[in-house]
Design a binder for this molecule. Structure first.
Ligand SMILES: [Zn+2]
Ligand SMILES: [Zn+2]
Length: 346
């Protein structure tokens, strides 16, 4: 005890208050946080020991007593701690999810779609470590990787990992290329073949696809959507429907008009009086469809001029004159019935 008091420059009869004051004075002078001299570490250890002896003798510790732990000898040449393996987002067990919007024609025939994304890959500049250059000794803990912390009572020091260096004793200089993350974002694009016959809501799983030259293969989970079509409608059974406005005179004349199909325009021979046409096998065949291919149904809507021109009026007059001279059998029968009825009414 006498040695401990002497060490602190205190008389043997020092009071608790004097002990506290001595602590504050010595700690402010020798604590290595404040004193960078080489001697400070050793002096602080001796001060700690002295206070430990005084504490053991029954004195209450100074309220801000914080034992200082001597740092481990610096290991300047020791290799940097190996960076922890970083799970790369490019090797996910979870597939990359993408939506593809198909026109009806693309869905029917199949197509190739380009998918794009951004992936983070290991940084080439730092090999994924996030470090740049040689790691330096941590100034905060002097390279020991440890710091002392007061416990709940403000008394016994607790040695914990240095917060500044995560206990490694080394300061990591961040790789400027990846800002210390160890990974860098890369844009990728990949072409995917979409098979024919996929309907909205269907999913396509493409396993082990290369997304970018440097990236490991990834699984793709593709969600199919359809874009609205200007004139086709698809029934649940794959029947394709469309309405086809045609020149009313062409319809009467039995002309041929182009009709849209999923495989492009096809000629359709109009038949006077017929408004609905079936194109066998030209509907939407879903993937895995069994049996005959669904049909396409064309609804013809004959359109006549709303206000015929003078020329058209003259031509129509000619047409009516010709039908009056040679009426169709149904019309002639009707004309006879009307004549007989008229006589009875007279
Ligand atoms: Zn880097
Ligand atoms: Zn440190």
């Amino acid at each position: 005890m006498t040695t401990a008091f002497a060490e602190l420059g205190l008389p043997d009869a020092a009071t608790e208050r004097e002990v506290r004051a001595a602590w504050r004075r010595l700690a402010s002078q020798w604590h290595p946080d404040r004193n960078p001299s080489a001697e400070a570490v050793l002096r602080m250890q001796r001060i700690n020991r002295a206070f430990g002896a005084i504490r053991d003798a029954g004195f209450a510790p100074p309220v801000d007593w914080e034992p200082f732990a001597a740092p481990a000898p610096p290991e300047a040449e020791a290799p940097a701690p190996a960076p922890a393996a970083r799970p790369s987002p490019e090797t996910p067990h979870r597939p990359i999810s993408r939506r593809v919007r198909l026109t009806l024609e693309e869905a029917a025939a199949g197509c190739v779609k380009t998918l794009r994304g951004r992936a983070s890959l290991g940084c080439a500049d730092c090999g994924g470590s996030g470090l740049h250059g040689t790691p330096a000794r941590c100034r905060h803990c002097g390279g020991s990787g440890r710091q002392t912390r007061r416990n709940f009572f403000g008394w016994l020091g607790e040695i914990v990992a240095c917060a500044a260096c995560d206990g490694s004793g080394r300061v990591r200089h961040e790789c400027p290329a990846c800002a210390g993350s160890g990974s860098r974002a890369h844009a990728w694009r990949v072409q995917v073949r979409i098979p024919p016959g996929l309907r909205p809501g269907e999913r396509l799983h493409v396993a082990r696809t290369r997304v970018g030259a440097a990236a490991p293969p990834a699984d793709l989970d593709i969600h199919v959507e359809w874009l609205a079509h200007p004139f086709f409608h698809v029934d649940a059974d794959g029947t394709l429907r469309c309405e086809l406005p045609v020149d009313g005179f062409a319809w009467i004349a039995g002309h041929e008009v182009p009709v849209p199909t999923l495989a492009g325009p096809r000629p359709l021979a109009l038949r006077q009086g017929c408004l609905q046409y079936t194109l066998a096998g030209l509907g939407f065949a879903a993937r895995g469809h069994q049996g005959a291919r669904p049909d396409q149904i064309v609804f013809v809507r004959p359109v006549f001029p709303e206000s015929p021109s003078a020329e058209q009026q003259a031509l129509l007059a000619q047409l009516m004159a010709s039908t009056a001279a040679h009426p169709a059998p149904a019309l002639r029968a009707w004309q006879r019935q009307m004549a007989a009825w008229g006589k009875r009414m007279a």
